[in-house]
Structure formats: C-alpha cells, structure tokens
Design a protein. Structure first.
Length: 273
C-alpha cells in the first residue's frame, strides 16, 4: 500500500494539500538509524549528527530511519515512484540524528546526546518537531529516568513537540516503551481499522497499550502503520531497492508527526499541550 493512498483517505490528507510547506520554514528532527541521501530526500537533509560512528555525511546502515524520513518528507521523485510514494510533507527540512546502530540497537546515552543536541541547535535549524520511532528498554535506572524527564520537559518548554512510538510489545496492558510513557510526549499506537498485513497480521495484535504511569489515556493517538511503502536505503550494486514496505508503531508515529507538521503550518503558535 502507498503512504498517501489508504492513509490519504483515512486521514483526509487531500484537504491539507494547499497548506504544504515550502523548504526552510522549520525542520523535523528524526532520532533513528540515520538517513541516507535517497533521491526523495536529497537536498533537504539540513543537518546530520552521528552518535554511533561519528561520521559526517548522512547515511543509514539499518534502513529504519530512511523509511521514517520518507513517510514524513519524501517527495516521490525517485526511480520506481514517479510521485506514487510521496510522503506527507514533501518539502520539509529534515535532521538526521543517528542513535541506532547497524542492527537497530541503541541505548539511553545516545538518545540523551540527541536531545541535548536539539536543545543546543533548535534555533539554528528552527526545530519544531522530534520524531522518535524507536523504543527504550525499561531497564534504565532511576537517575536516567529523572534526567529523561528533565530533558523532555526542557524540550516541551521550548515548544518542541516530541512524538514517540508506543512500541510493538503489545497488546498486554502497560506495555508502552519507557519513552512513550512520559506525559511530556505524544505517544502513538498503531490502528488500521482491521486492515491486515501481507503476512496476515493485524497491528492491534502488537501495538503497545496503556495505561501509562501519568495518564490512563496512553497512547495519546493512533494511526495506520501497516504495509507502508516508503524510502529504502539504496542497494549500491543493483540500485533497485529504492522503496520498501514496513509495518509498526514506528510508521504510525511518522504519519502523526507529519500530520502535526501540517497543523503547525496552519497554526504556528501550536504547542504540545
């Protein structure tokens, strides 16, 4: 399925087309496995910071971050697309903050560094939204939990909206990712109105559930997240894998993140509250 086919119908995105952003109005920071210079994204990755290998040029050795970036801001210009796989904000500026390694693993320390980087560079890049389509193990200590709460509160005070995946550890109660459990973020679950993936699985079978520690209403929002076609890291030999299908609360989070971006374009004063 296409990002803006089934999703466009469910969320009424065609009505928002006239409000689409021009590049440079603000940027969205993506904490993930990085972003490669995909044809749909090239020229709009305005900053890239690698907290894993400390490389300077944008790259993605796992593929997840590029897929998320395509949902949010791919312009559909790549081979095999011809506009079919266009994302929701095809002219938005993107910031790639690599906090996951080549196997998709990460830890609290890198997420902390990324949040601190955003607070330091928020004005330089006019960062308005953070997309965190990754989980955080529930084994972090009390000191780390306290520090995380302080960082999220600081981002909130700067009117930066943090959108976090609920996680795929459901459907048992209280299965939210530690990040998604915060009352300072918008946590996103996956709900597809009964749509089943190509493997016959329904996202309600794994989307994490509340109640959360601070509110019974967690996750805050749900969105479609099944079989979303978006940008793929390029196959350097064949150069044919320009797009891929993925499913999960990560994809739902990217859709909510970009939809919030549309609202910011209409109402610049909007806050997380």
């Amino acid at each position: 399925m296409l990002v803006l086919n089934r999703i466009r119908q469910l969320l009424g995105l065609d009505e928002w087309k006239k409000l689409r952003l021009t590049a440079g109005e603000y940027s969205i920071a993506i904490l993930d496995s990085g972003i490669c210079e995909h044809p749909d994204l090239i020229g709009r990755i305005v900053a890239f910071e690698d907290f894993i290998n400390h490389r300077k040029q944008p790259y993605d050795d796992y593929g997840h971050g590029t897929h998320i970036a395509g949902i949010i801001g791919g312009n559909g210009n790549g081979i095999q697309s011809n506009g079919k796989f266009e994302g929701i904000l095809p002219r938005i500026d993107l910031i790639g903050l690599k906090v996951l390694d080549a196997k998709g693993n990460g830890d609290y320390a890198n997420i902390r560094h990324a949040f601190l980087w955003i607070l330091k560079n928020k004005d330089k890049y006019n960062i308005k939204i953070i997309n965190v389509s990754i989980g955080l193990e529930n084994t972090i200590g009390e000191d780390e939990q306290t520090e995380l709460a302080i960082l999220l509160n600081a981002l909130n005070k700067e009117s930066i909206i943090t959108v976090v995946a609920a996680g795929n550890n459901g459907p048992m109660p209280m299965s939210l990712s530690r990040l998604a459990d915060s009352d300072k973020v918008i946590s996103v679950g996956c709900h597809d109105l009964g749509y089943q993936s190509r493997y016959g699985k329904n996202c309600e079978e794994y989307s994490a559930r509340g109640p959360g520690s601070f509110s019974i209403k967690k996750p805050d929002l749900v969105a479609p997240g099944t079989d979303i076609t978006s940008c793929s890291t390029l196959n350097r030999k064949k150069r044919t894998n320009y797009y891929a299908r993925k499913s999960g609360t990560s994809m739902a989070t990217a859709i909510i993140c970009a939809t919030i971006g549309m609202k910011i374009n209409q109402y610049p004063e909007i806050s997380m509250d």
